[in-house]
Design a protein around this ligand. Structure first.
Ligand SMILES: *Cc1c(COP(=O)(O)O)cnc(C)c1O
Length: 375
């Protein structure tokens, strides 16, 4: 079976992990800090705005916490979003308001968001679908006019830029994921960007037991000036969701290969575009907003006979899927509503394999199989 997503791991990661083992400190430390700075540098941003954590889902829940989503607030989430975006809102007590997406990019747009804005709207949690940047200028303008926080779920956008600025650093907060299936992996892991330095300090406390944010965090600090260094005071009830040095080490090795990964992904994406655009019954992903770049995390096609093609691919040992099942169709959220473009996206979209370990043979097989189906 050709996998739809797959990590690329090897000796480089093992070497970095070995360094961590030799240091005998596998908790949060230098490897995580180095990973944070490599990640920030890749986005042309300063590392002091970034903080690594245990996963991106945690970042979504933290967003609800630090922007103080609460009862009486409304938070807009696009229908085609990761499930945890909806859960984070519901969990906060705020109302989950689902907006439609663009039919072809599956991203929210200023128009679809605007329809859902009320005096109670507190924030929007955007999703850059598969690394394809949302058209941010009109969205930021709309958010400013209505005093709404913009949170960018950039889980799939590790190297996406909109008009020269990295996705995830355009709004108030950005969150990335390094789980086992993402463009770069750290086992489990996530990264947060915050525009506000104060909120970033809050996040550090939330992520580490509520202890006052200090780079050398740790409860028992025997080198403290205090005579009773075992005394503990906290600033808030905190959890423990920091990244550790083992994950950080994997992240360092992955960052060093990110450009190589991206080149391969881009090559495959363009090859799909070239061949599949020739098939009349199939629609390829739309072009990007002007002056933007993609992370090429998803490749998706849209067609009437989506379900039949998925089955045909599977019979030919090629796995495909549809991301993401729209939140207005998740019963638990009790937010059902018919949204026109979402209906189309849900019935026509198919994600096909895209990752840096696909061989040229795999790519050819995928293309030929789709061509066979369509002919
Ligand atoms: C994978 C993913 C997440 C969750 O990331 P984790 O690190 O697994 O918690 C969130 N949002 C999007 C869009 C994702 O694809």
């Amino acid at each position: 079976m050709i996998n739809i997503f797959q990590p690329s791991l090897g000796e480089d990661e093992l070497k970095e992990i070995e360094k961590v083992f030799r240091s005998n400190w596998i908790g949060r430390g230098d490897s995580v800090k180095k990973f944070e700075s490599l990640f920030a540098k890749n986005l042309n941003e300063s590392a002091n705005r970034f903080y690594a954590l245990s996963c991106c889902t945690e970042g979504l829940f933290l967003a609800a916490k630090i922007f103080n989503f609460s009862e009486g607030d409304e938070v807009i989430v696009p229908s085609v979003s990761f499930i945890a975006a909806g859960s984070a809102v519901i969990n906060s007590g705020a109302d989950l308001v689902i907006c439609d997406v663009d039919k072809y990019s599956l991203n929210a747009t200023a128009e679809t968001i605007k329809k859902k804005i009320t005096s109670k709207t507190k924030a929007i949690i955007l999703n850059h679908y598969g690394g394809h940047p949302c058209d941010m200028d009109p969205i930021i303008k709309l958010a400013k006019e209505n005093d709404i926080f913009v949170i960018e779920d950039s889980a799939c956008a590790v190297q996406s830029f909109y008009k020269g600025k990295a996705c995830g650093t355009i709004g108030d907060m950005g969150i990335w994921s390094f789980d086992a299936m993402k463009s770069i992996v750290t086992g489990d892991g996530g990264m947060i960007y915050l525009k506000s330095q104060d909120l970033l300090e809050t996040v550090k406390e939330e992520c580490y037991l509520g202890l006052p944010a200090r780079e050398t965090s740790g409860i028992d600090k025997s080198n403290d000036e205090k005579s009773m260094w075992w005394e503990v005071q906290i600033n808030r009830p905190g959890r423990r969701t920091i990244m550790n040095n083992i994950s950080g080490a994997i992240g360092i090795a992955q960052m060093n290969k990110l450009n190589e990964f991206q080149e391969r992904r881009k090559y495959i994406y363009e090859k799909y575009n070239d061949s599949l655009s020739k098939i009349k019954s199939i629609r390829i992903p739309p072009s990007l907003p002007e002056h933007s770049t993609n992370s090429y995390y998803f490749y998706w096609i849209q067609l009437k006979k989506r379900d039949e093609l998925a089955k045909y691919l599977k019979e030919n040992s090629i796995y495909s899927t549809y991301r993401y099942w729209p939140l207005n169709y998740v019963d638990f959220f009790q937010a059902y509503e018919e949204l026109e473009n979402t209906e189309y996206a849900k019935s026509a979209t198919l994600n096909i394999p895209l990752h840096s370990s696909l061989t040229d043979g795999d790519v050819d097989k995928i293309i030929t199989t789709i061509q066979e189906f369509a002919s």
